[in-house]
Design a binder for this molecule. Structure first.
Ligand SMILES: CN(CC(=O)O)C(=O)CN
Length: 465
């Protein structure tokens, strides 16, 4: 299938380089992603504390939100940030191609950071978060698909490892910013704390532009896009993947509570580590830090070792990851019981929950990224990636929805204390069992940019066996 449906700059390479080594555009994409994720996670890390402590009213006095409202709005924001990928994917695959879509929307994203840094009221918050949700979400599926587009049949064997390293870059940025921005907020206030992530987003945009002559630019499909996307192979791939994404949404519903419920829980824990008292929002840095350790451990030790006795196919990894998430949330439920009984448990218990949850993330999230890319027909790679990202949006919709339903008028909760955590643990357990059935029934095909698709049987074998 030819990709050259829409004109593109004639200087640009429009098919993968016929090489068996690392494509030359990868360092620019990975560098861009690390800086962009620094900006996103830095801002997100301080969001709950900003809303519940620093937010100003129209009269310039502090006018903070309640814990319940902050939890609700954080999840609405993340839900929006993972809904807009669909818009970016349409823009990229149908009209503009991935490069232009990413570049223009990144500029919009920078303005979002600017609004947060310059206006500390609900207006600045709404405008800033609106622009950021649109920018970060709409570029996200395009960036992931752009990684895959750099590879052809000769170097496609490197895809699994590259998606692993891509994820490491994300978390390198996230780790640095999750430690730094809470400290900036505490020390210098919201303008500096929101301003620094904005500068990093500007650097991310510049880095991406620098890579323009090294990238493979797969052109947009133009008029034939809708036919490709919603008939034949495109529709089949979407329908095959939909049940998987719906169940993976439950994983994200729990995972993203590390930015809300777990931060609020950490307020009631003993956060002293080696004589230093960490801020409750800084504990979130445990996740990206653990990713940096666990990705190589899984790639080079756990998967190869397990593969000798039990093939760790993509769908099996995702299923195991879901059961691990049940374990992680059970620990947070037990921590909550201890707090309700008047205790001040050590933050070490939450770190233990983070270790299990991050192992689950490696198995669910990285696998889904690579799996979604390979299962998507070539002309709608961004679209399929955006449908995967909708599962994150759906997950946060579930969390925001549950929080809205359980909140009483007086600010108390219908699921008080540990019952809140047990509710989500039970939901995850049900989803994990259903996933076993869905994975068993999955039928799909593998597509790489310059090769013919594998047959259903081949792809099924590589997915399940
Ligand atoms: C949720 N992610 C992926 C991302 O793209 O941000 C993480 O890396 C969380 N550790």
């Amino acid at each position: 299938m030819s990709n050259a449906s829409q004109p593109t700059n004639p200087k640009f390479q429009t098919t993968p380089y016929p090489i068996d080594t690392m494509p030359p555009g990868i360092p620019y994409i990975v560098g861009n992603e690390a800086a962009e994720r620094f900006s996103f996670y830095g801002m997100k890390a301080i969001l709950t504390v900003f809303m519940t402590t620093y937010l100003l009213g129209g009269n310039g006095e502090t006018d903070p939100m309640s814990d319940g409202d902050a939890k609700f709005w954080v999840h609405v924001f993340v839900m929006a940030a993972y809904f807009t990928p669909l818009i970016g994917a349409f823009a990229a695959d149908w009209l503009f191609g991935k490069y232009k879509t990413i570049l223009w929307l990144s500029i919009l994203y920078c303005f979002g950071h600017l609004a947060l840094a310059l206006n500390e009221t609900r207006i600045g918050l709404a405008v800033g978060l609106g622009l950021i949700a649109f920018g970060t979400g709409a570029i996200k599926p395009c960036v992931s698909a752009h990684v895959g587009d750099q590879f052809g049949s000769k170097n496609s064997h490197m895809l699994e490892k590259v998606f692993g390293w891509f994820y490491v870059a994300i978390n390198l940025g996230a780790f640095a910013s999750t430690l730094l921005t809470p400290w900036l907020l505490d020390r210098f206030g919201p303008q500096v704390a929101f301003g620094v992530p904005g500068i990093l987003m500007a650097i991310a945009t510049f880095l991406f532009w620098m890579g323009r002559n090294r990238f493979v630019h797969i052109p947009a499909r133009g008029a034939v896009f809708f036919k490709d996307a919603f008939t034949g192979d495109g529709l089949k791939a979407l329908l095959n993947l939909a049940p998987i994404y719906i169940l993976v949404a439950v994983f994200w519903s729990l995972f993203d509570q590390t930015a809300s419920a777990w931060v609020l829980q950490a307020n009631h824990m003993d956060r002293t580590v080696f004589g230093f008292e960490l801020l409750s929002s800084q504990i979130q840095a445990a996740n990206p830090f653990l990713i940096l350790i666990l990705v190589p451990v899984f790639s080079y030790l756990i998967y190869p070792t397990f593969n000798k006795v039990f093939s760790m196919t993509p769908l099996r990894r995702v299923g195991i990851g879901m059961f691990l998430t049940v374990g992680a949330f059970s620990i947070s439920a037990l921590i909550e019981t201890a707090i309700q009984n008047g205790g001040t448990p050590s933050i070490g218990w939450q770190v233990l929950a983070y270790i299990i949850l991050t192992a689950a993330e490696v198995m669910v999230s990285i696998t889904c990224l690579e799996f979604s890319y390979t299962q998507a027909p070539n002309s709608i790679k961004s679209i399929i990636m955006s449908f995967y990202m909708l599962s994150v949006s759906l997950g946060n919709f579930i969390t925001a929805g549950v929080n809205a339903v359980i909140s009483n008028d007086d600010g108390s909760s219908k699921l008080p204390g540990a019952s809140y955590y047990w509710f989500f643990t039970g939901l995850m357990l049900v989803a994990a069992f259903l996933f076993i059935i869905v994975a068993y029934m999955y039928r799909g095909r593998t597509y790489i940019q310059d090769s013919a698709p594998e047959t259903e049987i081949d792809a099924e074998a590589s997915a399940m066996n």
